[in-house]
Design a protein around this ligand. Sequence first.
Ligand SMILES: NC(=O)c1ccc[n+]([C@@H]2O[C@H](COP(=O)([O-])OP(=O)(O)OC[C@H]3O[C@@H](n4cnc5c(N)ncnc54)[C@H](O)[C@@H]3O)[C@@H](O)[C@H]2O)c1
Length: 372
Amino acid sequence: MTAPHDPQGPAFTVHLGGSGGTVKGWVVVDSLVDGLAMGGTRMTPGVTEEEVAGLARDMTEKFTLAGLRIGGAKAGIVSDGSDRERTFRTFGRTVKPLLHGGIHLGIDMGVTPADRAVFFEEAGYDPRYRLGAPDMPIDWRTYYEPLIDCTGHGVGVAAVTALEGGHRTGPARVVVQGFGAVGRAVARFLEDRGHVVVGIADVQGTVSADRLPVADLVEITDEFGRIDHSRLPQGVTVSTAPDAWLDVDADLLVLAAQKYALNDENVHRLRAALVVEGANLASTAEAKEKVAAAGGVLVPGVIANIGGAGSAALAVTRIVPFELSDAARKDWVFDWVAERVRRNTRDLLDIAASRAGNPLPELLDARRKELR
Ligand SMILES: NC(=O)c1ccc[n+]([C@@H]2O[C@H](COP(=O)([O-])OP(=O)(O)OC[C@H]3O[C@@H](n4cnc5c(N)ncnc54)[C@H](O)[C@@H]3O)[C@@H](O)[C@H]2O)c1
């Protein structure tokens, strides 16, 4: 048994050229634990090996922080998504030995559950079965699909924990950047707990009001997270200025859209004292430093957004009590994720309060020791 270590580079990188067809991309296995690693598959025209490696490292950190005995990996396919059937068939044949060898690849940006079904089928891979592991008694979709809000749930827990840690009483004013699966779930979670959502951004712009009606906005949002601006409730203001979500006066900003949303160019506009990353790599290193230097608190994605990856890893490592009913199993997974997020958020804030500098490496060291 090996614990995730802290290597300078990935455990290994596979350059994909295709098998029985052409595909360009990489599978980066950042770390292996007990012969296992996992992560999503991203497909964009501009994805780079460096980006995939950064995301694979993020996966290692997420699993280490969550106390899960599995390494981090990520796949990237360079494509604009045209001819996706052929692409995913070729991808499935190419990564077949990895899938059967303990490297579980799921979905990420630009890849849908239907695409995953294609490459799993082409590889003859069914995550229910793995040599040396007990079979999963239910199929992957039955397990995973009810957990769609799990990431948003964990991000909400991180936000509430950090607000409590800051001894905040009363409702916080919240801006949510990104209104997809994660953003919608966080907005609902926080509103349910008495906080007030005052701004929501999607790719078209930012809507704001003294109190946004989250459920009404969810109703007029499509599956891609685009709010129908022609049907906005009364009293809601729209701004299409770049990054207008930064200009809304708020106590808490949740980043649940694209990578590097908060960066060196725009961080000076930040008004919220607390930032929680729902997206991966949501802020640049420079932006993080500036938030800390200004006395703000930032809870990174590797702590807050583990819900999707963590719940998949719980199944791959067979930790989930599969015998529970569907509803009880979902509650079990949500509670498991919430507990890890809460503990990591609290410990991160304690370290941050005790000394200057980035508190994450110290927390990672502590969790690595627990896994040994
Ligand atoms: N879904 C998960 O379980 C999960 C888990 C971990 C990390 N993530 C990451 O979190 C992010 C959000 O995930 P999701 O599943 O909600 O994605 P999604 O595609 O469902 O939604 C993305 C949202 O961000 C908005 N957006 C895109 N670019 C924007 C911009 N420049 N400014 C403002 N808004 C913008 C879109 O309009 C949409 O509302 C992604 O980066 C994803 O990789 C998702």
